[in-house]
Design a protein around this ligand. Sequence first.
Ligand code: ZN
Ligand code: FE
Length: 253
Amino acid sequence: MTLDVHIVPALQDNYVYLFRDPGSDAVVVVDPGDAAPVERALAERGWKLTHILNTHHHVDHIEGDAPLVAKYGAKLIAPRGNRGEIPGADQYVDDLERVTIGTLQFQTIAVPGHTRGHVAFFSERGEAVFAGDTLFALGCGRMFEGTPPQFWDSLSRLRALPASTRVYCGHEYTLSNARFALHVDPDNAALVKRAAEFEALREAGKPTIPSTIGDERATNPFLRADDPELQRRTGTADAVACFAALRKQKDSF
Ligand code: ZN
Ligand code: FE
């Protein structure tokens, strides 16, 4: 059954995700960069938080952990590679581990590139992946701690998920990502159409999230680094080099 995910905007442009397991009393929040909006969203629904998932250690994803644990006694699940930055978690995960919350099942996927220990949480039955700052709608995270081969491999693994998988990412960066995507891939008709849809959503004050793996495959240049046309445009001959060129160009776009 498709996971019913609530979007909680936080800080400048972060998205925190909140959902409840219909088969138990479990209530889960992903990457609470700020506790206050999460507490309000819980109070509105009369829910009690039981679990927190962290995709990576950046403050805008974990600052709400401690106050939410203190207030609700929620269990914290965090990347093993971030033990130092996120001490005291109840469960540490890296690649291909199972996280069970009530009747919900998640599989972890190690996705280094933005940061070293970054993990994504994938629910096959729920048709959802929580991608943190690895994969954005029409973009990807900055490469702070990883290398191009690592980051490309991480994106390739996310790209291989079922096309219907909804992508819940850490930020509303979509319009700026769209401008860059159109710059490097101007003849992509699916991209042109999607960019216009995103413009309309933002004008209406709505989030552009979630996207889907299928849509990202067709329109996100960072998932298309093995496309011959993008390689021609970047003057590269393989996917890793093309990804590296795109990432570098985007950093100063
Ligand atoms: Zn980050
Ligand atoms: Fe972030």
